[in-house]
Ligand binder design. Structure first.
Ligand SMILES: [Zn+2]
Length: 426
């Protein structure tokens, strides 16, 4: 029993293999608690898992989670720990570590949608721009709503367009300066009369604006906007892409000095019409925290056009492959506080039958899914899991993905180790 646990404990990938550790745990029988030394108190958590096991074990997971999704989940936990370590005092410090106020237990649930196990009853930071775990949940929620909006718009006969707004940027400029200029210019553009007349004549009814920030060693921070425009049927966005660059240049010049205006006219706006452009917008919103799981870990750090996303910066911090990555990430985290990374145009959600938008914390919470609860962990048991670092938190959900029996054994191991450490400390 002990050897099976220590073997299974040797790494994430081995845990994903499933086989050996699971069988050994089964051979150990339902006596996970029996591996503890004589005289130790029984483990309430084990009872919790065992009870859950009785309820769910005979029902196979509705969906077998994809290996790539499991690896992406493990990496998000790891990168969250990296972000936590370089952002002292940031709200991320308690994210998914401590019980939510009023929660007596921590739950291990299994998503009906993905088949992945996850923790409930914990505080979340809701800082989607900075926290890989919350960012992933928020992106998933946003993508679902945007997809609904696109479906609704298609049913109404309209067509979407992906419009990317960029501005010149230089290494000497800080992110705060760049973002203020970009957002002010966009706000100014959408509020001015010539633009509104153009938008009306082209049939632009609604839009969703998404802020993306990348960084490159050559030119520093590169904030830009992806806007999903919803054009009405029969308009076809006539004249819009042709006239937009000049209006954008004029607005930018109110906020920053531009040396090469031709460059802005040629490259400042990118316009793509059609539902494939809508799908591309979704992938841009979703990829921020690794929802684009087809990207292999090896390719993860390769910047696009010499620019790195926040996720890629964290990978560089982890691997110590870019000396300035931690400092860059800190600046990004500081500036991103309070910014709206995704914004729906006024009246759009109601027009498309979407409910009022949730807060970032509510989106990150993800606990209104009605998913089955596999186990409820008592406070001491959660402390034992927490004491194992992000690796233990990942491993427990990985085991719970497909075999609560193995999860029980692993939990027993963690609690035993935690109690021994606590005893040694006395
Ligand atoms: Zn978080």
């Amino acid at each position: 029993m002990n050897s099976s646990i220590s073997g299974a404990n040797s790494g994430t990938n081995q845990a994903l293999m499933g086989g050996g550790g699971t069988q050994a745990a089964r051979r150990g029988g339902g006596s996970a608690a029996g591996s503890l030394g004589a005289g130790e108190a029984p483990l309430g958590t084990i009872t919790g898992f065992a009870a859950a096991f009785g309820s769910f074990a005979l029902t196979p997971p509705e969906i077998v989670p994809e290996q790539s999704a499991r690896l992406a989940r493990a990496e998000r936990f790891e990168l969250q720990a990296i972000a936590r370590s370089i952002l002292p005092g940031h709200r991320i410090k308690g994210c998914l570590l401590y019980r939510r106020h009023g929660a007596a237990t921590v739950q291990v649930c299994r998503s009906r949608a993905s088949g992945l196990a996850y923790y409930g009853g914990l505080q979340v930071c809701g800082r989607g721009a900075v926290c890989p775990v919350c960012g992933s949940r928020i992106a998933e929620h946003n993508c679902g709503e945007i997809q609904s909006a696109l479906d609704g718009w298609r049913a109404m006969g309209g067509v979407p367009a992906l419009i990317t707004f960029t501005m010149p940027h230089y290494r000497s400029q800080g992110l705060a300066e760049n973002v203020v200029a970009l957002l002010s210019a966009y706000r100014g553009l959408t509020g001015n009369r010539p633009y509104r007349a153009l938008a009306k004549s082209a049939g632009l009814a609604h839009s969703i604006r998404s802020l993306e920030v990348t960084w490159g060693p050559q030119n520093g921070f590169h904030p830009h906007l992806h806007v999903l425009g919803f054009f009405g049927s029969g308009y076809g966005a006539a004249g819009f892409p042709e006239r937009l660059p000049l209006l954008w240049l004029a607005e930018l010049q109110r906020h920053i000095a531009i040396a090469n205006t031709d460059h802005v006219l040629e490259r400042g706006i990118r316009f793509q019409l059609g539902f494939s452009a809508g799908a591309e917008y979704l992938s841009k919103v979703g990829r921020a925290w690794g929802l684009a799981e087809e990207v292999s870990k090896a390719n993860r750090k390769k910047g696009q056009g010499g620019h790195f996303s926040p996720l890629q910066l964290l990978c560089h911090v982890r691997d110590e492959t870019l000396p300035q990555a931690a400092a860059v990430y800190r600046e990004y985290a500081e500036v991103s506080h309070g910014l709206h990374f995704l914004q729906w145009s006024r009246g759009m959600r109601a027009a498309l039958g979407l409910a009022e938008e949730k807060s970032e914390e509510e989106k990150a919470d993800g606990e209104d899914q009605g998913d089955p609860v596999l186990a409820s962990l008592a406070p001491e048991e959660w402390r034992a899991v927490r004491s194992g670092g992000w690796q233990a938190r990942v491993r427990l959900v990985e085991l719970a993905d497909y075999d609560e029996d193995a999860a029980i054994a692993y939990l027993a191991h963690l609690v035993e180790r935690f109690r021994q450490a606590a005893g040694a400390g006395c």
